[in-house]
Design a protein around this ligand. Structure first.
Ligand code: Z5A
Length: 228
């Protein structure tokens, strides 16, 4: 199958974010989608949060080491916000304005789910930080990978091997169950932007579900995708 590149009159790239709990397959699926969009002759930038820019990668090290947890949920939220601010200004916005499609492994919904719903940081602080860091920038599409938490944690543990779980992987099962619910709520509250994808299948089947959602939402013109 070959796909021709969809044309955007504005020339601006599209912003696609991937969200979900531990081990749901975000990195695996971003790679598959990037390969497919690259084959369609689109320019793609794959990035991640926390991190994605040199400054934000330093913040990533801080939060995943558990340092943020010691400071408390509000301060940890500020660390994620500082990382996002740098990432958006130096990587995401410049890429989008050059017509590059940006695929981002986690974004603002992660703050809403992890720090907001699970960390009980008030909406007021989450919203204020969102205004400061991303302003009007909204993903064109957010793929939320949904999976029973036991399966996601098993996948994450198998990948980690004998390594130590990070600050979030080490949380209790009830934390991960709450996380899954928080993501399902985000998807239900913003159906125009978010699509909940059943991630409990082999990687190619999940990729096909994601591709169908992307075609329906971002490539609506039949002529823009040609199958041979
Ligand atoms: N965080 C936050 O609290 N607030 C914020 O604002 C932001 C983030 C932005 C970043 O972790 C942490 O920061 C994150 C939330 C918090 N919590 N944690 N931990 P990270 O970047 O290090 O990791 P992650 O984003 O959580 O990714 P992950 O859960 O570790 O993995 P994944 O990307 O979803 O899955 P994967 O690497 O693609 O796959 C995992 C394994 O499963 C791997 O061995 C695959 O080969 C396998 N796999 C993948 N798909 C399948 C299928 N379909 N079947 C079977 N096996 C599969």
């Amino acid at each position: 199958m070959s796909e021709s590149a969809p044309q955007r009159p504005s020339g601006r790239g599209r912003f696609i974010t991937f969200e979900g709990g531990e081990g749901t397959g975000k990195s695996t699926q971003i790679k598959k989608l990037a390969d497919r969009l690259t084959a369609a002759k689109l320019r793609i930038r794959v990035t991640r949060e926390p991190g994605g820019s040199p400054g934000a990668e330093i913040m990533r090290h801080l939060v995943l080491s558990g340092m943020g947890k010691l400071l408390g949920p509000e301060a940890e939220t500020l660390l994620f916000a500082a990382a996002r601010d740098d990432h958006v200004r130096t990587v995401i916005q410049p890429a989008l304005s050059q017509g590059v499609w940006v695929l981002c492994d986690r974004f603002a919904d992660s703050t809403r789910a992890y720090q907001g719903s699970l960390g009980q940081v008030p909406d007021g602080l989450i919203n204020a930080m969102q205004r400061v860091t991303i302003g009007d920038l909204k993903p064109d599409l957010t793929i939320i990978l949904d999976l029973p938490v036991e399966i996601g944690l098993q996948r994450a543990a198998a990948r980690r091997g004998s390594g130590t779980p990070d600050r979030f992987e080490a949380e209790k099962l009830s934390f991960h169950q709450g996380l899954r619910e928080a993501y399902r709520k985000i998807a239900a509250e913003d159906p125009a932007r978010c699509v909940l994808i059943d991630a409990n299948s082999d990687p190619d089947t999940v990729a096909a579900r994601i591709w169908t959602a992307l075609r329906e939402r971002l490539l609506p013109t039949p002529a823009s995708v040609v199958s041979v």
